[in-house]
Design a protein around this ligand. Structure first.
Ligand code: ZN
Length: 262
């Protein structure tokens, strides 16, 4: 009889704990079990690399190194992946975030896919053709914000990092207030529409004393968003800028670490 009662008691306590348990919170992202370059090759057999485009309509939110303290992720950067991503795509996205987290001092956490998410977080959604790669905000917006990765062209380690760095608080390198000392922009050569905003100077942007870097993972290349196929910008010595989306540069890491007081 005693055994019966004690067993029942354990079951009742267990049931009560399950019933009152809060929704599971975000957990830190993990290293990919498969090398990221292998995943990239499998997922992009044609070597496609999409252009980044942001659809920020609010110019204030487009400041690079946003000086607004409210735009920082002081308690950690939080994401949730759409259930539409397959296993390898999800591994690459999480693996790229893990690599990013290893360079900076704020934790990167994720809500389980499909679980209820709450608070401030970035929802990483799969985009169809011609949706592009973009972040709906530069820095923390409050509540749910979105990163869109076009399935064909944006699912690479570098682009995943690039978009998440937007959401952490940086716009494109060529929007820095000091850019005219290093590059020349040709406004007439830039596509009309939203692309024009990616070549403006945002004078309130913070650079944290880190030198301008044409090889930043956040810098456009000379032929991105070109209206007629001519360069939209050049270095001051006249040479072409080849954008790279392979790795963070020392300056990319330095800016993030300074923004987050590492
Ligand atoms: Zn971008």
């Amino acid at each position: 009889m005693l055994r019966f009662f004690s067993g029942t008691l354990v079951l009742l306590v267990f049931a009560a704990e399950c019933h009152s348990a809060p929704a599971s919170g975000p957990v830190e992202v993990k290293k990919s079990p498969v090398a990221l370059n292998i995943l990239e090759q499998r997922l992009n057999p044609g070597g496609l690399v999409g252009q980044c485009k942001t659809n920020d309509s609010d110019r204030i939110s487009s400041l690079s190194g946003n000086p607004n303290e409210m735009s920082r992720w002081r308690n950690g950067y939080v994401v949730q992946l759409s259930p539409e991503w397959n296993t390898e795509q999800a591994q690459l996205i999480e693996g790229a975030l893990y690599e990013l987290s290893s360079k900076i001092c704020i934790p990167i956490r994720k809500f389980a896919t499909g679980a209820p998410a709450y608070g401030d977080f970035v929802y990483i959604q799969k985009g169809g053709d011609r949706t592009g790669c973009y972040s709906t905000g530069v820095g923390r917006q409050g509540g749910r914000q979105v990163i869109n990765l076009q399935e064909n062209g944006c699912v690479t380690k570098g682009i995943i990092m690039h978009e998440n760095i937007h959401a952490m608080g940086f716009n494109h390198e060529q929007t820095r207030p000091d850019r005219d000392n290093f590059i020349t922009i040709y406004p007439d050569q830039i596509e009309d529409g939203n692309a024009q905003y990616q070549y403006k100077v945002y004078s309130g942007s913070l650079t944290f004393g880190v030198p301008y870097d044409t090889q930043s993972i956040m810098h456009y290349g000379s032929y991105d968003f070109s209206k007629y196929g001519n360069p939209t910008m050049r270095k001051k010595d006249g040479s072409i800028i080849n954008s790279q989306r392979n790795a963070l540069t020392d300056s990319d890491i330095s800016k993030l670490r300074k923004m987050y007081n590492c």
